[in-house]
Design a protein around this ligand. Structure first.
Ligand SMILES: CC(C)(COP(=O)(O)OP(=O)(O)OC[C@H]1O[C@@H](n2cnc3c(N)ncnc32)[C@H](O)[C@@H]1OP(=O)(O)O)[C@@H](O)C(=O)NCCC(=O)NCCS
Length: 172
């Protein structure tokens, strides 16, 4: 693998982000999205993210090959130190460290932003994603049964959580 550069995404990355994501939207249960995203839609989506909820891309000599983001877990204010993490890697670039590089960078950004809990919602059976999360210190804290339906199958979701050294007290 060439040198990997992990950086904040900008609007010019929307087409690569859509291309990488759409593989899993259309072919796998890794995401519960079922309709392919357009670059225009991803541009709007990118604009909904901010410094505390960044979208990062991993770029190699072959261009942008993976992306990941932190998203608010929920809107109500008491959830403000909790975020969801997501990472997607181009099919032919998997197993080369891009996913772990992005996850590590996103955990650093979560910590810098003062987030306290990071959650991965991982469909049961997504062994690569579960292994990656466990390797980075996430633990299974729950399981939602039969909450997704894709490709005519009921799907369970494993909730994986990692707590950071962010705000712990009653302030913040
Ligand atoms: C899950 C995903 C992000 C992992 O990214 P990746 O770049 O392929 O993973 P890495 O090469 O960084 O590997 C990191 C760790 O993940 C685990 N892993 C990766 N691929 C694996 C596989 N096929 N089976 C089991 N574990 C795997 C291993 O623990 C690995 O660490 P190791 O190499 O030290 O054993 C990637 O496979 C992907 O994009 N999958 C489809 C989308 C997806 O499921 N996203 C997560 C949605 S919650």
């Amino acid at each position: 693998m060439d040198t990997v550069r992990i950086r904040d995404a900008d609007a010019d990355d929307a087409a690569d982000i859509a291309r990488i994501y759409n593989h899993d939207v259309l072919e796998s249960t890794a995401t519960f999205d079922t309709e392919a995203k357009t670059p225009e839609e991803r541009t709007v989506w990118l604009a909904t993210h901010d410094a505390a909820h960044p979208v990062l891309v991993a770029e190699t000599g072959g261009g942008v090959r993976a992306w990941g983001c932190l998203t608010k877990w929920a809107e109500r204010p008491a959830w403000r130190h909790t975020v969801e993490v997501s990472v997607y890697v181009d099919l032919d670039a998997r197993g080369q460290g891009l996913g772990s590089g992005l996850m590590t960078a996103l955990m650093e950004r979560a910590s810098d932003a003062g987030h306290h809990a990071v959650i991965g919602q991982i469909v049961a059976g997504n062994d690569a994603s579960l292994a990656l999360a466990r390797r980075l210190g996430f633990e299974e804290v729950g399981r939602l049964l039969d909450v997704g339906r894709k490709f005519n199958e009921w799907l369970d979701v494993v909730l994986m959580e990692k707590r950071l050294a962010g705000p712990r007290g009653r302030g913040g």
